[in-house]
Design a protein around this ligand. Sequence first.
Ligand code: SF4
Ligand code: MG
Length: 320
Amino acid sequence: DNIILEVKDLKKYYPVETGIFGAAPVYLKAVDGVSFNVEKGKTLGIIGESGCGKSTVAKLLMNLERPTAGSIKFKGRDTANFNESEMKKLRKNMQMVFQDPYSSLDPKKTAGYIIQEPLIIHNVGTRAQQEQRVKELLKMVGLDYYHANRYPHEFSGGQRQRINIARAIALNPEIVICDEPVSALDVSIQAQVINLLKRLQEELGLAYIFISHDLSVVKYLSDKLAIMYLGKIVETGKSDDIYKNPMHPYTKALFSAIPPESPLEEKEKMILEGDVPSPLKPPSGCKFHTRCPYAMEKCSKEEPSLKQIGDGQQVSCHLY
Ligand code: SF4
Ligand code: MG
């Protein structure tokens, strides 16, 4: 079985007001019933604007927050039932690369120590073996051994993200969650880091969950995509299918924002009006209806569910 991670109906509700005098409590539904699978050696891209819940999904997967409902299965076993040693093993197997290469590295530690630290924490090998491994990891991410003695401020943003990646793969994880790993970098540097992630995936058989607000960034990396809007997946399927034929109006809008690859490429232009509504007061019915150019009367009343369309993608929209 190739499925490493199986997420079912995952929910994270944050109480924001307690119900008084019998009033119903108010919840911020950051993640509201999200399901997906991640396969060995493959990439799932999770796409959406800020506030759509994609970073909360990452925190739930990393066990930094407990879900309100739903299940996370790692290799067929529900992580909610893991004992301490199984949890420790899971933490070795699932690593994360964060968005901000500036604040995610401790300024008082050398690059070498930062990369070695997971090996120290998990007690992997002797000191000499760990130093050898650091040397190897630096090389794998395109840095030199002399970089080991330098401090984070001595590196560029792209180099800092390479250090983060080296640290994330130090323990030979099977899956790495990348939360907007290139969003803070210059466009010219973004491609280098994406190429590095792709090469490491091929060399190490890594699975990625690649979280981004930018569809053009995930294009070269994703096997599958899940498009999120206000805590829910509105479209999901094979990346190629969705790039060829985006179906949900929100996905179409995200795609029309990417510049065409050739001047002959015909693209439906769609500009999104306004910002994402507050997740505290999500619109009724289809949560996208306040911004959707195709909205019909039904859309503000009835919430569409995720439906399989043909043998391609799953879409939640009343148009289908
Ligand atoms: Fe637009 Fe209606 Fe489809 Fe929602 S259900 S995306 S409002 S057409
Ligand atoms: Mg985020």
